[in-house]
Design a protein around this ligand. Structure first.
Ligand code: MN
Length: 484
């Protein structure tokens, strides 16, 4: 279990002078949360302490660390403390931060349904009074999502959906990829657990199979760079949600060009280009169409890197070349200013956000991000929250979401049946057989038998419009891709 000493030790590394203030915030939070427990049974204080730890990893200033420790007191101990008390005992900034976080917690995003998409953007744009409020909220959410196990399945799904709708795009806005990737995987784990664990196995296998080649490649690059300049080479496998998204786009695993990535970090920008030249000289095959210079043309969220996709023994490896500083931005985005320019970090972050946000709205990149998210959320909602209907096939009962068709049912029974479906027979209320097309929308208590023809295997494109569930759609897209 983490303690205040862990936090102090972490903060000491970059900000040794404000230990007392942080200890004081901890003491106060500990007192105000005493007797409160999390659903996991842990004392409540572990939560604010963990949130503060996440922020200290980002090199957050001491006001932010204090606010993180106190972030839940106005909500959970409102009878014992006010915003004014915090301002008096610490300073007005800490009070504003705690108050801001409390206000966001009270907005209920996920229950608003359709109007929510527009709302999400509005909220983001209005949250520009102090960017640190949003950063604390992101850390809060990250810790809550990593401790969801203790909650009921419904709460888990509700939280995960809200995270997907609001916090994942926020993390992307900030360019905080390390947070975004963690949140996405956690969301998928609770929204589609079966799929998540299947993909996790797949990812482990990919890692096991490709570690030798990645190790060899990094060794070669290390050798070629030699002692010319300071460098660090690591590799990673794409996150689970990232793999999931590519698969639902209809891609095959072997076609995901950034499934495997080598990260080459060097000291200066000039050396990034030098490194690129040296790597292209090794007999790996760079894939021309996949080269990107995000150093000259940074992404809108500030991401900078050179990307070149290399092909070695039929394996695609995206090679990312950037400086140590660019790497910090790649993990934390805007938030990395904390580490860069200490005293003015907050103003710099605020200015960047205020300058960028107004023109963010029209950018294709961000729109695409929202669109991906929106589709995912819609599908999940359809699967999870819509009313279910029950139909009979060969005396067995199958549960499907409202609006599901014969195609969805067929895939639910077996992939084989889905891929070879012709049409179906439904017993109507007079118990007379009625032949229906595969796009027939199922009704509660329908008695169905599905006709299939093995010779039709592979002709699934026509089924796509009739597939309403995520599962059937993904299977069909997969099949279309395999036959190409
Ligand atoms: Mn909290």
């Amino acid at each position: 279990m983490i303690t205040i000493e862990d936090l102090i030790q972490d903060v000491r590394k970059y900000n040794p002078i404000e230990e007392l203030k942080i200890r004081k915030a901890y003491e106060l939070a500990n007192e105000l949360h005493s007797g409160q427990f999390r659903q996991s049974g842990e004392p409540y204080i572990i939560h604010p302490l963990s949130v503060a730890m996440i922020l200290s990893e980002m090199r957050a200033d001491s006001d932010t660390i204090c606010a993180a420790l106190l972030h839940d007191v106005l909500e959970d101990a409102s009878d014992k403390i006010t915003k004014e008390d915090i301002a008096f005992q610490f300073n007005p900034t800490v009070a504003e931060l705690v108050d801001g976080v409390t206000k966001i917690s009270k907005l209920n995003f996920s229950s608003k349904g359709e109007e929510n998409e527009a709302n999400t953007r509005k909220i983001m744009l209005s949250l520009t009074t102090d960017v640190r409020i949003v950063v604390i909220k992101l850390a809060d959410r990250l810790h809550n999502m990593s401790t969801l196990d203790a909650k009921s399945p419904f709460k888990q799904k509700e939280n995960a959906l809200e995270t997907m709708e609001l916090y994942v795009p926020l993390a992307y806005y900030f360019g905080a990829y390390s947070i975004k990737n963690k949140l996405e995987d956690l969301c998928l784990r609770y929204l589609k657990p079966d799929l998540y664990f299947k993909l996790q196995d797949l990812r482990n296998k990919i890692e096991f199979d490709n570690t030798p080649i990645l190790t060899e490649m990094s060794g070669n690059i290390k050798g070629i760079l030699g002692n010319r300049f300071d460098n660090d080479i690591t590799f990673r496998i794409k996150n689970i949600y990232g793999i999931y998204k590519k698969l639902t786009e209809g891609k095959k695993i072997s076609d995901i060009h950034d499934l495997l990535a080598l990260k080459v970090i060097v000291d200066t920008m000039e050396n990034c280009y030098l490194t690129l030249g040296l790597i292209h000289n090794i007999p790996y095959h760079p894939i021309n169409s996949k080269f990107k210079d995000y150093i000259c043309l940074p992404k809108t969220n500030g991401y900078q890197s050179l990307h070149t996709t290399l092909c070695e023994s039929n394996v695609l490896v995206q090679t990312q070349i950037r400086t140590f500083e660019m790497d910090r931005v790649a993990s934390f985005g805007l938030i990395s200013h904390w580490a860069k320019n200490k005293g003015e970090a907050r103003d710099t972050m605020q200015r960047e956000l205020n300058e960028k946000l107004p023109f963010y709205r029209s950018l294709v990149e961000i729109d695409k991000m929202f669109a991906d998210n929106t589709n995912f959320i819609k599908e999940v909602k359809k699967d999870i929250f819509s009313k279910n209907i029950y139909v009979y096939v060969d005396g067995k009962v199958y549960e499907l979401p409202e609006g599901a068709t014969i195609v969805d049912l067929a895939f639910k029974i077996s992939n084989e049946l889905g891929y070879t479906i012709v049409d179906a027979i439904v017993k109507n209320e007079h118990l007379r057989d009625e032949r229906v097309s595969f796009d027939y929308e199922l009704k509660n208590k329908d008695i169905i038998s599905i006709n299939s023809d093995k010779l039709l295997y592979g002709q699934v494109r026509k089924l796509l419009p009739a597939a309403k569930t995520c599962y059937a759609r993904s299977r069909i897209l997969e099949n279309i891709e395999n036959i190409k």
